[in-house]
Design a protein around this ligand. Structure first.
Ligand code: UN1
Length: 516
């Protein structure tokens, strides 16, 4: 086996201190607090961040609201300048922040850097957007009238993010919200407070430069609330927060969604996925193998868009699946900071035990499990490295219908495209999906109204690794929200329809007469 580099892992705590200093975080911010940060690479403690009290959190949100009242008056292209400066800070600090992401989440180096690149990309997108934010002019039925719509800033935007993309998801929301004229309040995952501190410091630097150049920037334009679920609840329930964008489990969304609905606040929910791919008879199997391997094993199976279900046509099953099994057996698992490692650790023991539970449940319903065992690394007894699991199933049952946030790929065979489309869509989640085919009819059917029911549907690309230019999100239990590109910005603004009468008469709509 090529998986376990023999070198034992050395402590990362000192490196974390140095990275945080380089990124501009005061040592007092990550020492002596009650929120314990760890690296999943070794399991060791890397910081102790100070949590905010419930009362203080509410005060901070009030301050963010005051900031909104000023920020909404700043012209959008000027707001874009702040986001442009944030993008510059991210470019200048890509290596340090990417490394910190790798250490805090356990991502391989290129994925840590890729996460920061995603932040830079959305900043660029938002800067351009700041000179757009288009409304429509609409034909009116009345003469000497004009009807149009205009987009206004909405208010404080709450951002709740998950550990697996600890900073990119903040940036998707923050960059859009800021150019849209909103202030932002972020409740980062309790598992990744250090990358949040670093991002806060980079934003503060961008804001300082913006102010020095004469930009009007209110205090508390961006607030970070470190704490647990109770702090998230304060954000969700605060009447001055008209929009909360929350990324995480379906269970979290079920708790957050109704609370927001109850006070008529908006929700952008990006919840669980149970993403599938279909490997058809005409698929290019070399390309498919790479696409499937990255989507299923990359990020140790801890992306919302991770490939979790694979339907392989019966005519290619015996050629393709043995090759895939070999990839599972030979993939390099280990310290993600070392060149050559492709699969780093799971985030924590909880993730490991959910994975083992799902594998036991699969065995109980007749699944054949390859891999899934813990991989020991010298010097990392408190870390949870696993061999990704490939589970052959005869039906889509038991754990196959649930999202387990770990590298488990359930593999099933199929004969008929219509039948497999039905199976594909017959799960509660609807985030991302793919078909591998060179048959135009199959590809187009998959993308059509009777094809994939997901928010993201790809051809000859795995379901993970979306670019920021498209709207990101999914249907059903995935929550329905859209973040990032396309016109996702509209969710961060309020639309006003304006009708203007520039004549001297008062014709009423629908021909109504009301002559006094
Ligand atoms: C997530 O896992 O929450 O498409 C987001 C992708 C990434 C984003 C994933 N760009 O895999």
């Amino acid at each position: 086996m090529t998986d376990t580099p023999s070198r034992s892992i050395t402590s990362l705590a000192d490196e974390v201190d140095a990275l945080l200093a380089r990124l501009g975080v005061e040592p007092g911010r990550h020492k002596g607090g009650t929120l314990v940060a760890r690296t999943p690479i070794t399991g060791e403690i890397t910081g102790r961040v100070h949590e905010v009290s419930a009362a203080q959190a509410a005060v901070e949100i009030d301050k963010a609201h005051a900031a909104f009242l000023e920020w909404r008056q700043v012209p959008a292209p000027k707001r874009g300048e702040l986001v442009r400066l944030l993008g510059e800070e991210l470019r200048a600090n890509k290596e340090a922040l990417g490394r910190l992401v790798s250490i805090e989440v356990g991502k391989i180096a290129s994925e840590g850097l890729g996460e920061v690149q995603e932040m830079i990309d959305i900043c660029d997108f938002a800067v351009g957007l700041a000179r757009q934010l288009y409304g429509l002019t609409i034909a009116t039925e009345r003469s000497e009238h004009r009807m149009m719509e205009i987009w206004h800033p909405l208010g404080v935007t709450g951002i709740i993010s998950a550990f697996n993309f600890p900073v990119a998801v903040w940036c998707w929301n923050a960059a859009l919200a800021l150019v849209c004229g909103n202030s932002i309040v972020w409740k980062p995952s309790e598992k990744t407070p250090l990358t949040a501190l670093a991002t806060e410091a980079l934003f503060a630097r961008a804001l300082e430069r913006f102010k020095q150049a004469g930009g009007p920037a209110p205090d508390a334009l961006s607030v970070v609330l470190f704490g647990g679920r109770d702090i998230g609840e304060i954000l969700v329930d605060h009447t001055k927060v008209p929009l909360v964008s929350a990324t995480g489990s379906t269970a979290m969304g079920r708790a957050v969604g109704p609370r927001l609905a109850n006070r008529f606040a908006r929700a952008i929910l990006e919840l669980g996925g149970n993403n599938a791919a279909i490997v058809t008879p005409t698929a290019d199997l070399d390309l498919t193998l790479r696409g499937v391997a990255f989507a299923a094993m990359g990020t140790a199976g801890q992306r919302c868009t991770t490939l979790r279900r694979l339907f392989v046509h019966e005519t290619v099953y015996d050629t393709f699946v043995p090759r895939l099994k070999r990839a599972y057996q030979s993939v390099t698992i280990g310290d993600p900071l070392q060149a050559g490692a492709l699969v780093g650790p799971l985030i924590d023991h909880g993730a490991y035990s959910s994975m083992q539970k799902a594998l036991d449940a699969a065995r109980a319903v007749g699944g054949h499990v390859l891999g899934g065992e813990r991989v020991a690394l010298a010097g990392a007894d408190e870390a949870y490295y696993v061999r990704p699991a490939l589970v052959e199933m005869s039906t889509q049952t038991g754990p196959v219908r649930h999202e387990t946030f770990a590298p488990i790929l359930y593999v099933m065979t199929y004969r008929d495209l219509d039948a497999v489309l039905e199976l594909h869509n017959d799960v509660p989640q609807g985030l991302s999906s793919s078909i591998f085919t060179n048959d135009l009819r199959e590809a187009e059917t998959f993308l059509s109204a009777r094809g994939s029911d997901c928010g993201i549907a790809n051809v000859n690309i795995g379901p993970s690794g979306a670019e920021i230019g498209g709207a990101f999100g999914g249907e059903k239990e995935t929550g329905g929200g859209r973040e990032s590109g396309s016109d996702a910005w509209k969710a961060y603004m309020r639309r006003a329809t304006n009708t203007i009468n520039f004549g001297r008469t008062l014709p009423l709509a629908q021909g109504v007469k009301f002559d006094l």
